[in-house]
Structures are given as structure tokens and as C-alpha cells.
Ligand binder design. Sequence first.
Ligand code: SAM
Length: 179
Amino acid sequence: MAFLELILIALLLLTALSIVWTTLQTGISPMMSSGKACQAMLASIDRTAKGPLIDLGSGWGTLVIALARNHPHQQVIGYELSWFPWLVSIIRKYSLGLDNLTLYRKDFNNAELSNASILFCYLFPGGMAALHQKLQRELLNEIIIVSNTFALPLYQPTKVIRLKDIYRTPIYVYYWRPR
Ligand SMILES: C[S@@+](CC[C@H](N)C(=O)[O-])C[C@H]1O[C@@H](n2cnc3c(N)ncnc32)[C@H](O)[C@@H]1O
């Protein structure tokens, strides 16, 4: 086998391993929101948002890019820990010329979220519990949270949208008010 082929296989293996490693670290793979989920999450923006729209765990950029394209005058931010999906989303951002989109390779648990107008997420039960604690600790203002599939623990959603897919996937919408 040619030397170049070996290098290519090693790079592919390292990339796959890094995705598995970050999945074990964060508790969720970089699975994309479905087209129907993205549409429903986009439709939940029913007013002009003042602060940035933030995707907590932006993966390959599926939702965050749809947000930035649909709201060109709105600041859109994505946080993602897994470097390969993040790199792909960065390439997509620049190839689409989305100047209103900022993509950080960073843990959103260490990010300042208080100026956001809407938080979007597609996490897992443990991730939602950690997010709930962060919001309780740090948020002093009202904010909208839109979550694909997983609910915030001990917080009543304002609205639950059921997707017309085989799982009847829920999209939870919260109008978060600090208590
Ligand atoms: C199921 S994917 C959702 C991707 C995208 N939001 C979408 O809807 O298509 C969840 C992503 O969250 C990322 N993630 C999980 N915890 C994170 C954290 N604390 N900081 C940054 N990214 C995180 C994972 O790496 C994964 O790519």
C-alpha cells in the first residue's frame, strides 16, 4: 500500500476516534437535527430577537447555519467541543459567507449566555440537567429555550410541538424566568 494511502487511513481513524472520544466526554454524538426538527425550531422564533441566537452544541452546523441564513441581520452563535464537526461547520460558514455566524470550539458550560435571546439545544437528559443548573445559577433575565427531544428537568414548558415523524419527536419551548 502506498505511503499516502496509509497516511489517509491514519487520518480517517484519528478523526473517527476523536468523534468517539468527544461523544464519551460530552455524553452525546454530533447527530444532526432532522429537517422537520430544524423547521419547527426555526418557526419558534416568532418575534424580533434582541440578543444573539445561540446553539448549545452546534455539531456539523445543521441548525446554526439554518438560523444564520434565515435571520441574516441577527447575530447567531454556536458552541461545539468536537473538533471535526466544528471544522466542517466552519468550512460551511465561510463557503456560504455567513458573516452573522460565530462558531466557537468551546464548552458552552463555560460560556456567557446571559445576553442571548434564544438558546437552542439537542442534548441528552444529563446535559439538560447541567444546563438547568447553569441557567439557575447565572441567568437573571428572561430568555427563550428551544430543545429538540429532551426536556429541562423540573421546569414546565410553555409549548410542546410534536413533529410528524415516526417518534412524534417533541420540541420543547420554554419562556425561562429567573426565580
Ligand atoms: C445531537 S448534536 C446536535 C447538533 C446540532 N445542534 C443540531 O441540532 O443539528 C449535540 C452536539 O452537542 C455537542 N456538545 C455536547 N455537550 C457540549 C458542551 N458542553 N459544549 C459544547 N458542545 C457540546 C456534542 O459534541 C454534539 O455535537
